[in-house]
Design a protein around this ligand. Structure first.
Ligand code: 26W
Length: 787
């Protein structure tokens, strides 16, 4: 398929022209760049052809301020079915592909679930043959890299393009201007190929970089005012400099609003320019565009499209509004009140007054419509887009969109019945659910080739790679011991590989024969890593007191980044690391208990962790985790969930069966019932074993360096000025959580019984392919067709 000689030639040529040396002598990171560039040459003709082929079709556009694409190289080689060949070619050149692969920087242009979902969606759309392009920001610095030093998180800048950016094509000829009050700047597009699996369709992820119109002010330079000479350039470039590392708390920073407007305006101008070349009336714009807003971060697109249509393209207002509301759809990704974006009106006035004016008019249109519908004056404030000096982005998104969706059934139900109930009563037809999904190409085929091979062998076909529901046909092997033995062997292999990697990266030795109990996700109080930590301490004291206690040897693995300003989250990271030190340093725990906090959890670490798990920790407070997608990655790789009735856990268990998972804890309705009377102190006083672990925060077991352990302890027992005691019901759920673990422990002893549970999870994970999710978006919201 590949022309080996020509690829080799290209590799040699790029090695020389880019890095000035022979390929085999370059650094691994340089080899990666060279190889990727060489592969780009194979990709480009197909990519250009795909663009032509989809030019006349209706397309979906995904607007997202975050993308967590993960490494490109292997993913792209697999999609083009050239990985084995390339490996072979490199081998002949004396180069180990795996080393090159591992040297690729993970472009971390996102925080967590929302950004990774965007990446899975791009993969699925291309693979299914749907024309869908992504638009976003090409941050110079992605999410910080995390180091753990003395148990604490230390943030290091992530200069992900240090060695080059071989998959991004700078399309300077397609630059556009974006206007802010202080002046104009350029948005320069960088295009990344999104390669459909084995289908020749290549969509585009277009990320915008900010650049100044004037590079350099010569007059200032001649006046020896060097700072001023480059000020315009620096100011402009700062816009796309760095990703905000917050994934739940809205900070309301001006620069963040600038980022949002910057990429949204550029993207819409890009779409309009292409649309105009078709010589159609703007009335037809929605026939060619469906734009999905990934949360409210790009919601300024609604007034911006109105502005571009009415001020630049001479479309009259009412017609423009019809076009706008037929084009946009909005996905909500969180129920946390503190994450709902609201921008002070004056930021809009100061930074983008031209958009502010449009928002005023949209706001007035809403008020008129509400009055027309007979909504009473005293109820209007509930809907106001501009409210108490703030612009409510979710409200604008709802008013300006044809569709509003949540990301799991429970989440959508809560939106409809609670958070957005006012709006639901106004526009019931707009609301719908789209349960999240993940791409099996990255999260099974690429990350777990061993299990993939077994699946293909048993199914007698590779069709599951694009049709995950086929896994259902494997269910009955759960009762075939020889197959379960092979499955267990694969699990062990993945655990061994992870152990080797952890030894190399963290310097910790772990035993692949122990139960791997894994919680990997952003650090947040609602995700309750603290509950997990307390349970580990509980086990530790149990084992200390009763050395003959029969418990399965366990390795607890955590991976999590905390927002740099989130003091409690950082305290929890330190607490977990302190526990690790205590447990791992105690010879009595040898062969019984081990705790590892891995540094810098990210997509590529996830690819090693998910396949190696025996137990998936999904223990958020019910009603708080919109969906979760890590839960699906564990399931796909055959790990039972220990989790709450929250987000997609509910649907996971519905598919895989109660008996194969460990569901525990308060349900949403129960929480609502007890909320007002909940007194965690009572539980704490009544349960001395729980008290002991909670008190390790304050009794000197660990050093409370900065008072943050005391603060955590207080927050659990007495609350704080912004929340009640034990806001996330850690103490309340502790007992049931512990019991669920005991049950899992007892079940794990029966090797084949356990394998059966794992297998049934894997076999029933078909629903959670992002292919299914994208089909639903395509048919129920976007109304687009496959090429
Ligand atoms: C403004 C600060 C901010 C930044 C990001 C607030 C909120 C966000 C995101 C909406 C947070 C996020 O990533 N949400 C996650 O989205 C996933 C994909 O739908 C879900 O699976 C997770 O449950 C949800 O927490």
């Amino acid at each position: 398929m590949l022309n080996h000689e020509s690829l080799k030639k290209r590799i040699d040529l790029y090695a020389m022209t880019t890095f000035g040396g022979d390929f085999k002598d370059l650094l691994d990171s340089e080899k990666y760049v060279v190889l990727s560039k060489a592969m780009m040459e194979t990709i480009l003709p197909h990519w250009n052809q795909s663009r032509k082929n989809t030019e006349t079709m209706k397309k979906a556009y995904y607007l997202s301020s975050e993308y967590l694409m993960g490494r490109f190289l292997t993913n792209n080689l697999i999609a083009m079915d050239t990985k084995d060949e390339v490996k072979e070619i490199l081998k002949n050149m004396g180069v180990d592909y795996n080393q090159v692969e591992e040297s690729e920087e993970d472009p971390a242009l996102g925080n967590g679930g929302l950004g990774r979902l965007a990446a899975c969606f791009l993969d699925s759309a291309a693979t299914l043959g749907y024309p869908m392009d992504g638009y976003g920001i090409r941050y110079d610095f992605g999410l910080f890299k995390q180091k753990i030093v003395d148990g604490e998180q230390v943030e290091v800048a992530d200069n992900w393009t240090k060695y080059g950016d071989p998959w991004g094509i700078r399309k300077i000829s397609e630059k556009v201007r974006v206007t802010f009050k202080g002046g104009e700047i350029y948005a320069i597009p960088y295009d990344y190929p999104v390669i459909g699996y084995d289908n020749k369709l290549i969509n585009t992820l277009r990320l915008w970089k900010a650049e100044s119109l004037d590079e350099f002010d010569f007059r200032a330079f001649n006046d020896q005012n060097y700072d001023l000479a480059v000020k315009a350039k620096n100011d402009a470039e700062n816009i796309a400099k760095v990703l905000y590392p917050n994934d739940s708390y809205e900070e309301g920073k001006k620069l963040r609003l600038k980022q949002q407007y910057f990429f949204v305006s550029a993207s819409l101008q890009d779409m309009i320019r292409r649309f105009k070349s078709k010589n159609l009336d703007f009335e037809d714009f929605p026939k060619y565009h469906s734009i999905q807003l990934n949360d409210t971060h790009p919601a300024v697109a609604i007034p911006e499209l109105m502005r571009l249509l009415t001020r630049k393209e001479d479309v009259e207002w009412d017609k423009a509004w019809r076009i706008t509301t037929a084009t946009f759809a909005y996905t909500n990704h969180t129920l946390l009140a503190e994450a709902l974006e609201q921008w002070p009106e004056r930021y809009y006035q100061e930074l983008i007054p031209q958009v502010y004016k449009v928002i005023l008019r949209i706001h007035q249109m809403l008020i008129d419509e509400l009055k027309g519908k007979g909504i009473q004056d005293h109820d209007l404030n509930r809907y106001e887009i501009i409210h108490n000096g703030n612009i409510r982005m979710a409200w604008m998104s709802i008013f300006g969109s044809k569709s509003i969706n949540g990301v799991a059934r429970l989440h959508t139900d809560l939106l409809i019945n609670q958070e957005l109930n006012d709006w639901y009563r106004l526009y019931p037809e707009k609301f719908n659910n789209k349960t999240n999904g993940i791409t099996q190409r990255r999260w099974l085929l690429q990350s777990n080739p061993e299990l993939s091979e077994l699946i293909t062998e048993l199914l007698g076909s590779e069709d599951w790679i694009t049709d995950l529901k086929m896994l259902k046909n494997l269910e009955s092997y759960a009762d075939v011991p020889e197959i379960m033995e092979r499955f267990l062997q694969i699990k062990w292999t993945k655990k061994k590989q992870l152990s080797d990697y952890i030894l190399q990266e963290e310097g910790e030795e772990i035993d692949p024969d122990s139960l791997f109990d894994i919680q990997i996700k952003r650090l947040h109080e609602y995700k309750r890593q603290l509950l997990n930590a307390f349970h580990i301490l509980f086990l530790y004291y149990e084992l200390k007191e009763n050395p003959d206690l029969k418990r399965v040897p366990r390795t607890f693995i955590f991976g999590a980044k905390a927002a740099p300003g989130y003091v409690r989250a950082k305290a929890i990271i330190r607490f977990i690391n302190n526990i690790a030190e205590l447990v791992n340093g105690d010879p009595a725990m040898e062969g019984k208990l081990k705790v590892v906090f891995v540094q810098n959890y990210r997509v590529s670490y996830g690819e090693k962790l998910f396949p190696a798990a025996d137990l998936s920790e999904q223990i958020s407070t019910a009603g708080k985790e919109a969906s979760g997608t890590g839960n699906m990655k564990f399931m796909l790789n055959g790990a039972p969930t220990i989790g709450t009735y929250d987000g997609a856990n509910i649907e996971i268990v519905e598919e895989a069966g109660d008996a194969n998972n460990y569901i525990f804890g308060l349900k949403v309705e129960e929480i609502e019932k007890i909320r007002d009377s909940y007194n965690p102190e009572e539980i704490y006083q009544k349960d001395p074993k729980l008290r002991r672990v909670v008190d390790t925060l304050i009794d000197g077991t660990f050093e409370d360096k900065d008072g943050s352990y005391r603060e955590l302890h207080n927050s659990l027992l007495y609350g704080a000025n912004w929340h009640r005691a034990d806001n996330y019901f850690v103490l309340k759920d502790f007992h049931e959580y512990r019991k669920a673990h005991e049950k899992a422990d007892a079940d794990y002893v029966d090797r084949l019984g356990w394998a059966r549970k794992c297998w049934l999870n894997m076999s029933n994970s078909g629903k959670f392919s992002s292919d299914r999710t994208i089909e639903q978006y395509a048919q129920e919201i976007w109304d687009i067709e496959k090429i």
